[in-house]
Every structure is written in structure tokens, then in C-alpha cells.
Design a protein around this ligand. Structure first.
Ligand SMILES: [Zn+2]
Ligand SMILES: [Zn+2]
Length: 488
């Protein structure tokens, strides 16, 4: 609020000063139109405040220095008498373009207090503008865990992380009180370690290893990725061995990061939709202390595991214990599902609004087995924050804020009495926020074009937009599991 007020008063100074100095000052209004269309993953430049305001401030200051003590109260009338005094002091001299210092470092006190229960919930947040921004985005929705991409998830190679980003990330992890064991970076969508084509697998491995090294540079312990695909050429068993081979190699090429296999929805040739397949990779991994599994609720359901009831959830977990082993559970993706049970459709829906329903998350989040794991939301956000210093952590993400809040009620043990009515009310709370955010998103119309739900900008004309793109956009952060079989 104070930021807005400040900016408004700055504009006032600008317009007053225009009349003083007769300097042509461009209007600053277009700045306020800055929106998602300017969001770029590589845009690390902080939003500069419009320079004219500074010039104007300087002019006003020098007016004051000129003994214009009558400025007190600075009414328009008083200012109007000033030009005679001002003009000679700074004739045609161009104001020095001073480099703006770094924006003030965000402080935890500026954000909502975070709940302290042992179920660590948070979304897959944007790291646009630098990995360190992910922490601010997470804090601003009250998240106790979060996921992020460590580089563009659709490119084979990306520039190294900047030193300044790495140190800012580490510093913010400390200041904001996040533990590395609750951060679950997500891998590239292009990587397919199960590809029988050696050249293509090698390319995948390089991209994969680069990500693991980024984790270690940031002091992170976990790394989540999609196991891969047979691309319709290899048998599943062959691909399982290829994946395990790459993991063994990666363990030798890195020091400590734990490689976490994600369960998949089960379309096409994709590996990992059954617990048996995940277990099949793990049994071939030599260093079992550095491999794990992340269970995605939407993928489980789409793959045929019915976790809608507490009994169903417990049976599913018993199956996981049998086929994989509970000790390997290192994280979860909490997503509702647009697809029905066994549909094999990887379509994420907001919590409570899909086929799973809110009750599913009530039993998942009161199960001690899911404590102290990163529990990551990959639901549609509709509205992501800007990367600029002035907008970072202050705008957008209302949907995630609400989802985190509601899910934390389960972790805080609030549910119990009047279960059904409560589930209904809380679902409606989420629905309301989702509807408001999606209306806002729709109203932005053209300005959002080219930006996916995950806040990622896609190069115009790079790929023809089709129905699939539209579907993908709805799915938020993690909807490309099928791409393995296409890209592989
Ligand atoms: Zn994923
Ligand atoms: Zn998914």
C-alpha cells in the first residue's frame, strides 16, 4: 500500500515540476501497464523507476536549496512563482544518469506469517529474474516448501546461474527460514534417460547432470524428474535399466544430491506410472541413499490408484511400501485431477475442484508418512508475480495463497467435526478465488497471450498453437509428462 502511495506522490511531484522547469517530461503512465507480457525468464533487470521523476525531484530539491523557503506546503500556487529562481541554477545541463542501487532486500517481516506444522506445503513457483526470486514468491503465499525450475525447462542448454543469484538464493534461504529438504527442484521436460538412442540419451544426460550440478551449487538436496519413455522402441525393462544406468553415472558425477523419480499418469510409452516400474529403476541403483520417489496425486489417480478415500489411500501406500519402499518417499505433488480414475490423463486441477476432491487431501495431509516432505502444488495459478523489484512478492498468486492456506488447515489438525460441510465450504473458498483469478486472467486478454499458466513466455511463432497448447496452459507447472515420448 505504502509503495503505491509513494509512487502516486512521486507522480504528483513530476507534474508539478513540469510546470516549473518547462522540461518536457514523458508521462509515466505506460509503466503501470507493465504486465505479464513483459515477463521473461531471463529478465533479471529490476524495474527502474521512471527517470523523469528523479530529475523532477532534483529540480525541486535545488529549488529548495535556492532559499525557496516559501516552498513549505508546496502548493501549486507557490510553485508557480518559482521558475525565475530555478531556471538559472541548472541551465541546459543534463542531469547525471546515476546508476540505481540494488532494490531493497525483501524481509520476512514484510510477508504473511507461515504456519509451523510438519506438513510442508507450497507451490511450484516462478524463478523468473533469478532463482533467488523463487524464495520471495514462495514466502508471499505462506509456503513452507516450494519447487522451481533451475533453468528453462524446454531448452537443452541454458546460461550458467549468475554468482550473484546463487549467493542471493543461499542468503534468502537462511533469512526466510527454508530448509533444503523442503525444496524440490523440477527437471527439464526434454530429458529422457530411458531413450534407447545413445546419442539422444547422452544429450539428455548432459542436461540432467547440469541441473544436478545447479542443485549442488545452490545447496539443495533433492532433484525431481520424469523417469523417461521407451519412445516406442525399447521395452519397458530396457528403459528402466537405461534410466538406472544414468542415475548411477550421475551419482558419480555429483556429490550429494538425491535423485527423485516422479510417478507418471501413464500415457503412451512413459515410464513410471506404476509403483513397480519406479521400484524397477531403484533396485538397479547402486547408491540407494541418493534415490527417491515423488508421488503426484493427480498422476496416481490417472494411473488408476484410487486415493479418494482414506482406505484407498492406505491401500495405495501399502502397495507403494511393497513395490518401492516408504523410505524412498521424498516428496509429493499435490494436484487435483481433471481426468477420471485410470484415465491416464495428466491434467492438473485446482485443489478440491477436480475428480479427487478436497477430502483426498484431508487424509493425505493427516498421514504421518507425508510429514516433513516437500508437498508441492502444481495447480493452475492464473496470475503469477512480476519479476520486477516493485512487484516481486506483492502481486498475483492468490489461488496458491488460498490453496496453501486451506491445505495447512489439515496439517494443523483443524478438520474432524462436521467433515462434509467443512469440505464443501472450504472447496467453495478455493473455487471463489480461482474464479476471480481466472476472470482477471481472461480480462487481460491479449496481454497474457504467449504466456502460459506457469508464467513462462513462449516465443511467438516458434510453434503453432493448437488445442494441445491450450490444454497445457491450463495445467500449470507440470503438464508435459507426455512430451517425453514426443521429444525422445
Ligand atoms: Zn513433473
Ligand atoms: Zn502432471
Amino acid at each position: 500500500m505504502s509503495g503505491i502511495a509513494l509512487r502516486r506522490s512521486a507522480r504528483l511531484v513530476t507534474s508539478n515540476s513540469v510546470s516549473i522547469t518547462h522540461t518536457s517530461v514523458p508521462t509515466t503512465n505506460h509503466r503501470s501497464e507493465r504486465d505479464l507480457s513483459e515477463l521473461s525468464e531471463l529478465d533479471s533487470e529490476p524495474e527502474l523507476s521512471p527517470r523523469p521523476v528523479k530529475r523532477a525531484r532534483k529540480a525541486t530539491a535545488s529549488a529548495a536549496a535556492n532559499g525557496a523557503s516559501q516552498l513549505q506546503g508546496s502548493s501549486q500556487d507557490t510553485l508557480a512563482t518559482l521558475p525565475v529562481n530555478i531556471e538559472p541554477t541548472e541551465p541546459t545541463k543534463k542531469p547525471r544518469t546515476r546508476r540505481k542501487g540494488p532494490p531493497p532486500e525483501p524481509k520476512p517481516e514484510d510477508f504473511m506469517a507461515r504456519t509451523t506444522n510438519r506438513w510442508k506445503v507450497g507451490p511450484h513457483v516462478s524463478a523468473a529474474g533469478g532463482v533467488e526470486n523463487a524464495i520471495v514468491n514462495a514466502a508471499s503465499v505462506g509456503a513452507n516448501a516450494f519447487a522451481l525450475f533451475l533453468k528453462s525447462q524446454r531448452k537443452w542448454t541454458s546460461p550458467d546461474m549468475k554468482e550473484i543469484s546463487i549467493s542471493a538464493f543461499k542468503a534468502r534461504m537462511k533469512t526466510f527460514g527454508y530448509s533444503a529438504s523442503h525444496i524440490l527442484p523440477h527437471g527439464s521436460y526434454l530429458v529422457n534417460l530411458g531413450n534407447p538412442d545413445e546419442k539422444k540419451r547422452e544429450q539428455s544426460y548432459e542436461c540432467f547432470l547440469d541441473d544436478l550440478k545447479r542443485c549442488e551449487e545452490l545447496g539443495l538436496h533433492l532433484y525431481n524428474f520424469h523417469p523417461g519413455s521407451t519412445v516406442g522402441v525399447a521395452t519397458k525393462d530396457e528403459s528402466l535399466s537405461l534410466i538406472a544406468g544414468c542415475i548411477n553415472r550421475a551419482h558419480k558425477d555429483t556429490e550429494r544430491v538425491v535423485i527423485v523419480l516422479e510417478n507418471m499418469a501413464g500415457s503412451g510409452n512413459v515410464i513410471g506410472s506404476t509403483f513397480a516400474e519406479l521400484g524397477g529403476v531403484i533396485t538397479q541403483v547402486e547408491d540407494k541413499s541418493r534415490v527417491g520417489v515423488c508421488l503426484d496425486t493427480c498422476h496416481m489417480f490417472a494411473a488408476g490408484y484410487d486415493i479418494r478415500t482414506n482406505e484407498g489411500w492406505n491401500e495405495t501406500m501399502a502397495e507403494f511400501e511393497r513395490d518401492v519402499g516408504l523410505q524412498y518417499l521424498r516428496g509429493m505433488h499435490l494436484n487435483d485431477s481433471k481426468g477420471t480414475l485410470g484415465s491416464k490423463k495428466d491434467r492438473h486441477q485446482n485443489i478440491g475442484l477436480g475428480e479427487l476432491g478436497l477430502a483426498t487431501f484431508a487424509h493425505v495431509l493427516s498421514d504421518p508418512r507425508t510429514r516433513d516432505l516437500p508437498l508441492i502444488l502444481e495447480t493452475p495459478a492464473y496470475d503469477e508475480p512480476g519479476t520486477s523489484a516493485s512487484r516481486l512478492g506483492k502481486e498475483g498468486m492468490d489461488v496458491w495463497r488460498k490453496e496453501v492456506e486451506v491445505l495447512n488447515r489439515f496439517g494443523n489438525g483443524v478438520h474432524g467435526e462436521g467433515e462434509e460441510a467443512k469440505m464443501y465450504d472450504w472447496t467453495e473458498e478455493i473455487r471463489e478465488v480461482v474464479q476471480a483469478a481466472s476472470r482477471k486472467h481472461d480480462a487481460k486478454g491479449k496481454s497474457v497471450k504467449g504466456v502460459e499458466a506457469g508464467g513462462r513466455k513462449r516465443k511467438a511463432g516458434k510453434r503453432k498453437r493448437g488445442a494441445k497448447d491450450a490444454e497445457e496452459e491450463e495445467d500449470g507447472g507440470d503438464d508435459h509428462c507426455e512430451s517425453c515420448s514426443e521429444e525422445g
